[in-house]
Design a protein around this ligand. Structure first.
Ligand code: M6R
Length: 614
């Protein structure tokens, strides 16, 4: 995953491009680069490293911003082919330094193309797949083709996924771009036009955007944007809808928080409140769709944290609505489970970004097999919204930190609302019971505000610091506590680099108990409800073997004290909805441990926010 940006207009391009790249760094941050054209010459500056360090601009950022010219393209990289080095950083150029290209995606046939181009005398300087593109364009231009025709021919030769932007000194007022299975939007500005991998990158510059679809080529000039079908070259610009994005660009700043992750953790009450109110009618409609009884089975497909939201939804749907659900990791679904999909299947994809390659591929498989598809996403206009039959949104606001937090609780809020309405329609809940559950959900933002009171947060912060060197963690839970344990373990892994495993607590005795010894931290999720007594027994079991037990339990629950070293208190909530509250202290635990370990939690190593490659 990488991020790409382009600008052509009246202002200096490099500072605009670099600011946009900073906002895109969540897509990759192991190297960055910019190319501009000024007075008939191509300028390229790039290197390994980040654009910001601790919120401050790095030397690389300053160098990139200094390039001259009113037209340029930029890139922030998350390495797939080739190490993160200066040579492998984008933009890549042709042999004569007249064409520059940035690319997000993977060109699968790059080896053949490279060999063919090398045989024709082209000199390559990187190990990347992308470098074939400027050389291909150069090759076609050497046959007498214009920059545009050469670009289109080059794109036709590419297999794989791409969002590509290119500039050429021969035509110094145009950026050409193309898209296949990697996100790309055009931004319409007053004094120029933009290209970017996603909307937030350019939001402070313009809120008028046109999402580019697969198989389209874009011509961007200072005062004109044209979108064409890449195959037929038919002009489809007039058929495209200009979206006006309502998101406030100021929300994209840290607002005094040391990290975006902490800010986003604290935005959860608002994210949940907005989702419960703004999306309510839509969720009711979707519950009606599910309740019509036309579907033989429901698959929820997702990755990472969104998968855990799917698991939370499964427990709710099965406990409240008695509606059976299979939750499948999207990368497994797309190759294995797809065989079971037919016209009577409903596939609900959860993806905060709406751009995750595996989730999109699962949706495409489901569409091809005639299933009805629904997406739950946080990003208006994201690719997934254009590929499914029905869309539901979370209203969490843009999430920047790699570790998902507010989008997770917002996803749960949406799925719980849908579940209550489904249960009502299936006769599993009376109207009165359904209303009581809705009222409880409406109180969740307030509960989250209590979890996030500084006194409580500080206790969790202390635990993060105290146990920061413990290398192996277990997270255990039962029933809806199990997805909470899974999400807690994932957060810890991704931003503290400590090993963490989540288990359904009843499963411990089937193997993992062998790993519990003196001082191994075990985080126990002990919500009240049907599995509470069993959970207490599991806590006792690990404590007896020397574990350091940190239990998350509701206020006033004294039973957990005896066998716990520490108890993190949360407000009372029905067991079925417990993940939406119990997960939050675990986000904080991971966050404070990450900071105590000297890691930047917003930019964990090897990870990027949107995984737009397989
Ligand atoms: O955008 P998506 O919800 O589809 O992303 C799915 C995962 O890549 C994502 O949740 C990932 O696991 C997060 N880094 C977790 O914090």
């Amino acid at each position: 995953m990488c991020g790409i940006v382009g600008y052509v207009g009246e202002r200096d391009a490099a500072p605009i491009i670099v600011e946009s790249l900073v906002r895109l760094e969540y897509r990759g941050y192991d190297s960055a680069g910019v190319a501009t054209i000024h007075e008939g010459r191509l300028y390229v500056e790039k290197d390994a490293g980040k654009l910001t360090e601790g919120g401050e601009p790095t030397d690389l950022q300053r160098r990139l911003k200094s390039l001259p010219g009113k037209i340029g393209i930029g890139h922030t990289r998350w390495a797939t082919h080739g190490d993160p080095t200066r040579e492998n950083a984008h933009p890549h150029t042709d042999c004569r330094d007249r064409i520059a290209v940035v690319h997000n995606g993977i060109i699968e046939n790059f080896s053949e193309l490279r060999q063919e181009l090398e045989e024709r005398g082209h000199r390559f300087t990187s190990e990347t797949d992308t470098e074939v593109v400027p050389h291909l364009i150069e090759e076609f231009m050497s046959e007498g083709k214009s920059f545009f025709d050469a670009f289109v021919e080059a794109v036709k030769r590419l297999e794989g996924s791409y969002a590509i932007a290119a500039i050429c000194v021969d035509e110094p007022d145009v950026i050409l771009a193309a898209r296949k299975e990697s996100p790309l939007v055009v931004g319409l500005g007053e004094d120029g036009n933009f290209l970017a991998s996603d909307i937030p990158a350019i939001l402070p510059e313009t809120n008028e955007v046109i999402p580019v679809d697969d198989g389209e080529v874009v011509v961007v000039k200072r005062d004109e944007v044209k979108i064409l079908d890449a195959e037929t070259l038919r002009d489809v610009t007039d058929e495209k809808e200009v979206q006006v994005v309502e998101e406030d660009p100021h929300r994209l700043e840290r607002h005094g928080y040391p990290h975006f992750m902490l800010k986003e953790i604290h935005e959860q009450p608002e994210a949940v409140r907005n989702t419960l109110t703004i999306e309510r009618d839509r969720l009711v409609e979707m519950a009606e769709e599910l309740a019509r009884g036309e579907y033989r089975r429901l698959y929820i497909v997702a990755c990472g944290t969104s998968y855990h939201a799917g698991l939370g939804a499964k427990y709710a749907m099965e406990m409240l609505a008695r509606f059976p659900v299979d939750v499948v990791i999207a990368s497994e679904f797309r190759y294995v489970t797809r065989e079971l999909v037919d016209e009577e299947t409903l596939v609900l994809a959860i993806s905060q970004s709406g751009e995750t390659a595996d989730t999109l591929a699962a949706v495409r498989e489901a569409n091809e097999r005639g299933a009805t598809t629904i997406a739950l996403t946080n990003v208006v206009g994201s690719t997934i919204t254009r590929e499914v039959d029905h869309v539901m949104y979370t209203h969490a606001g843009f999430e920047k930190a790699v570790a998902a937090t507010k989008t997770y609780t917002a996803q749960l809020a949406a799925m719980y609302t849908l579940t209550v309405e489904l249960a009502r329609r299936l006769g599993e809940l009376t109207d009165k019971e359904a209303e009581e559950y809705h009222e409880e959900l409406d109180r969740v933002p307030e509960m989250l505000e209590r979890v996030l009171e500084w006194e409580r947060e500080r206790e969790v912060a202390v635990l993060g610091g105290r146990y920061k060197e413990r290398p192996n963690w277990f997270f255990i839970g039962r029933g809806p506590g199990y997805p909470t344990a899974m999400e807690g373990a994932l957060k810890l892994k991704e931003i503290t680099y400590q090993h963490a495993e989540a288990y359904p607590a009843g499963e411990l005795k089937h193997g993992p108990l062998a790993l519990i010894e003196e001082g191994v931290p075990v985080v126990a999720v002990a919500q009240r409800g049907g599995v509470y007594e069993k959970m207490l027994a599991n806590i006792e079991e690990v404590k007896a073997r020397g574990a350091t037990v940190i239990t998350v339990a509701e206020e006033g629950d004294e039973n957990v004290e005896e066998h716990s070293d520490h108890v993190i208190r949360v407000p009372r909530i029905s067991e079925v909805f417990s993940p939406i509250v119990y997960t939050v202290p675990l986000q904080l635990l991971a966050y404070y441990m990450s900071v105590a370990r000297g890691i930047d939690p917003d930019y964990p190593r090897n990870l990027a926010k949107s995984v737009t490659v397989e």
